[in-house]
Write a protein that binds this ligand. Structure first.
Ligand code: ATP
Ligand code: MG
Ligand code: MG
Ligand code: MG
Length: 474
């Protein structure tokens, strides 16, 4: 089964169970300035869960494009280091708005994983929230689940809340034991370990309470269900791969990068890391630009810039000295254009945006790398381990180096990077520049401009942003 097959099968399975197939919403959440990017399937249904909006269905199913970079859920720095995290990924989810609850949600998830996709029940584990005896009892009734496989876990992993107040509830997560060879090998490695052995596949959220200002929980009159399963993870597992990057969702993209760099995937760890990071970041870049985000020095645009520049630096580590990302973006469109046809329409814009960013960054990349290597050598000779925040800020300010790049290179050399120190230096610069220059935010723009942006006339925004952003790299 290919990744595309699994996506289709998931939507069809839940459609068959009375769920309305709803399209993925864009990566930039509509009307929600508190959220950097859509990071879960439930985002587009927030108002429905709050009871503020009533669609004409009570069950929905989606394959939602998500980005977890910057903001609260940030997996940017996991990419390249774990087998399971991406900045861009697709979250498969079924939703019940005051309709079915725990019993059916658990049944559907188990049925889909073991019957439809055919995972071996002997390898599966589930977690429930500490106090959730109801979920524990329901899982106990699942005959094929071997005994001892239901683990109670605490609030951090198994209780979900929309915010400090509002809908919330316990979760139950389904994991697959990929065996010791996939994990950290520590003797105490068990479910909940942050290595890749017990891979979390699917999170079932039981929206059951409303939390008020004073922290007290009252039961919701109509409890709801919100679930999320990473398409890349279930695809890899189904295809018998330990890392998402070895699934067919990535193979075409990784081959395209390996070909242009003249390297072989699987030849050595450093090459694998570079290929995986570039593949992940190319997907994120493609989808973010197609949803109207453009590289800049602030907010969403800056997260995109960090992603792009990290990919460019990894390209450099493979010996790529000329712009190459454009070709990889083409490979992403070839792989993903069928489920996401809007990517075709963004092709020209993508080519321009990516080329410009690469040309601009390649101008300063070598100088910055030389300066960083010199500094690291100096530190090593002095017996020190940490690149200072002020130095990282200088690299950022002079050569447009995002902090992630310094971190990657420091780790490669067994050193550290003082990110808090860098953030403090950034803050100082920000508050100084605020005094002398006031940016125009979207909220301050006239309704005419906003209407145009809503219609998708993003190029106006580009010109606007580019001219007004300060700094060497803006
Ligand atoms: P993890 O503990 O592995 O970081 P999570 O608990 O943060 O995952 P959830 O917020 O529960 O993830 O999201 C629901 C599902 O989405 C996860 O069970 C997983 O299958 C998938 N998922 C989450 N984050 C990522 C990511 N960065 N890349 C790929 N898939 C992801
Ligand atoms: Mg996570
Ligand atoms: Mg988790
Ligand atoms: Mg989870």
């Amino acid at each position: 089964m290919t990744g595309n097959d699994i996506r289709k099968q998931f939507l069809a399975y839940f459609a068959d169970k009375g769920h309305t197939v709803v399209e993925s919403s864009p990566l930039v959440p509509h009307d929600d300035p508190t959220l950097l990017f859509t990071n879960a399937g439930m985002v587009q249904f927030k108002r429905v869960f709050m009871g503020e909006e009533k669609p004409d269905y009570v069950r929905a199913v989606t394959s939602q494009r998500c980005v977890r970079a910057g903001g609260k859920h940030n997996d940017l720095e996991n990419v390249g280091y774990t087998a399971r995290h991406h900045t861009f990924f697709e979250m498969l989810g079924n939703f019940s708005f005051g309709d079915y609850f725990k019993k059916d949600a658990i049944h559907y998830a188990w049925d889909f994983l073991t019957k439809e996709v055919g995972l071996d029940p002997q390898k599966l584990w589930v977690s429930v929230f500490d106090d959730d005896d109801e979920a524990f009892g329901l899982w106990e009734k699942v005959k094929e689940l071997p005994p001892g496989r239901i683990v109670r876990m605490g609030e951090k992993d198994n209780f979900w809340a929309m915010g400090d107040t509002g809908p919330c509830g316990p979760c139950s997560e389904i994991h697959i034991d990929q065996g010791t060879e996939a994990g950290c090998g520590r003797p105490d490695c068990k479910l909940g370990c942050d290595c890749d052995r017990f891979l979390e596949i699917w999170n079932l959220v039981f929206m059951q309470f409303n939390r008020s200002e004073d922290g007290s929980l009252t039961p919701l009159p109509k409890p709801s269900i919100d679930t999320g399963m990473g398409l890349e993870r279930i695809t890899a597992v189904t295809q018998g791969k330990f890392t998402n990057y070895d699934s067919d969702l990535f193979s075409g993209i990784i081959t395209a990068i390996a070909d242009v760099a003249g390297v072989r995937y699987g030849s050595e760890p450093a090459v694998n890391t570079a290929l995986r990071v570039i593949a992940d970041h190319s997907r994120a870049t493609t989808f973010l630009v197609a949803d109207g985000v453009l590289p800049s020095n602030e907010g969403r645009g800056y997260v995109l810039r960090r992603i792009m520049r990290r990919a460019i630096r990894y390209g450099r580590s493979l010996g790529l000295k000329k712009p190459f990302l454009g070709g990889i973006i083409e490979a992403v469109i070839a792989e993903m254009g069928e489920p996401y046809p809007h990517l075709h329409g963004a092709r020209e814009l993508l080519a321009k945006v990516v080329y410009n960013e690469e040309v601009r960054f390649l101008e300063t990349l070598d100088h910055g790398l030389a300066m960083l290597h010199q500094e690291m050598k100096r530190l090593q000779e002095a017996g020190e381990k940490e690149v200072s925040g002020d130095f990282i800020f200088k690299l950022y300010d002079t050569y447009g180096f995002p902090v992630d790049i310094v971190k990657d290179i420091a780790i490669e050399k067994g050193m550290l990077a003082d990110e808090p120190g860098f953030n403090a230096a950034m803050e100082v610069q920000r508050s100084q520049s605020k005094k002398s220059w006031k940016s125009t935010s979207l909220a301050e723009m006239g309704p005419g401009v906003r209407a145009l942006l809503d219609k998708g006339v993003r190029t106006r925004f580009v010109g606007y942003e580019m001219r007004h952003h300060r700094g060497l790299i803006g």
